[in-house]
Design a protein around this ligand. Sequence first.
Ligand code: SF4
Length: 398
Amino acid sequence: MDSGAPLTPELTVPVWKQVPQSVYIHIPFCTQRCGYCNFALIADRADLVEAYLKALGRELDWRLANESLPRLIKTMFLGGGTPTFLSLSQVDRLVDMLRRYFVWDANDPANEWSVEANPNDLTAAAVAHWSDLGVTRFSLGAQSFRVEKLELLERTHRACDIQRACELVLTHGRQLSLDLIFAVGDETTTQWEADLRKGLSCQAQHLSTYQLTYEKGTQFWNRLQRGVLREAEQDHALQLYQQTCELLSSQGFEHYEVSNFARPGYRSRHNCVYWTGRPYWAFGPGAAGYVNGQRYVNHSSTTTYIKRLQAQVSPVAEVDDDGDIMRAREYFVFGMRMLDGLDPITFRRETGIDWESLFGDQIRRDLQAECFCWEGDRLKLTAQGLYISDTLWPNYLA
Ligand code: SF4
């Protein structure tokens, strides 16, 4: 039985009870589905965008019509899928719709509005249009600069498309983030280093690097089962990850979350909302939100999402309300994924719970195993802990 009793709850409002100041909009369209991708999306269905926008409007209305105004937003993230799949007039309608429900100050430098983009879609006109609307940050699904790797990943862009898109984003004074994938096929450390160095040469202020995973239900998973594809050895993948941490740190990037690196001042503010246990709204197929302590996730099928909203039925597939103790456990795990770590006083203030009563013994075991360390009053991952961090978290969620 869990012994984590709330401490003087009347003295603290848990962080998850705050009014959300962040919003995620899922745009579930792509030209084609890449073989490794299991995101909620529908490929090559431009004909569904209008119905999707109407459904999204209904979801916004259904969820927010009774909320008090104004809903002041500090961060907004348009993800996918591929938000830049929308035509510019569809983008205008989307943004008009969002402005009916949310207020954000595009001139406040503390605010962030990110859009995920496919390098092929970022024409000069598109970057200018999104920038004029108030987008502050473009996150490009670059994945690699090497043609064989891009082909294996079934990406349709090439290195020159990434470089051109990066130049446009920076010319418009927007922040630039690149996603890169490692451990693809028999990728060597030399090949991966070349990808990282090309990413650096694009002057991105933020880099997210992910190991290729083979998710059930994807084409890559099927090919793995048939022996057509081979997963990288875990030791080799770890070597590539270590190489990433060392190279990017040596180039002045802060390694601030397990998979994320930023020049000082350029961390993803929106993603930090997730990692610091703050609440956020989320809309669209498969979108997952966290409001008033409840995690909810919408139906991931775009057509089901549209049909339900057309029929005035809730798009939500699942709601979890696991109680304050599980919320505090999740707060710990997300927080410890950030390399700044956590301190017990803030943990107690923001969750209303003392972490000693939840997992004090487990923390001592991880300190003893040199996976965690104390730096001043903050508990942090060590380098050793970082490399096996995924194996640590189940002990804190059980
Ligand atoms: S472009 Fe991105 S979201 Fe779309 S299928 Fe490929 S990996 Fe998935």
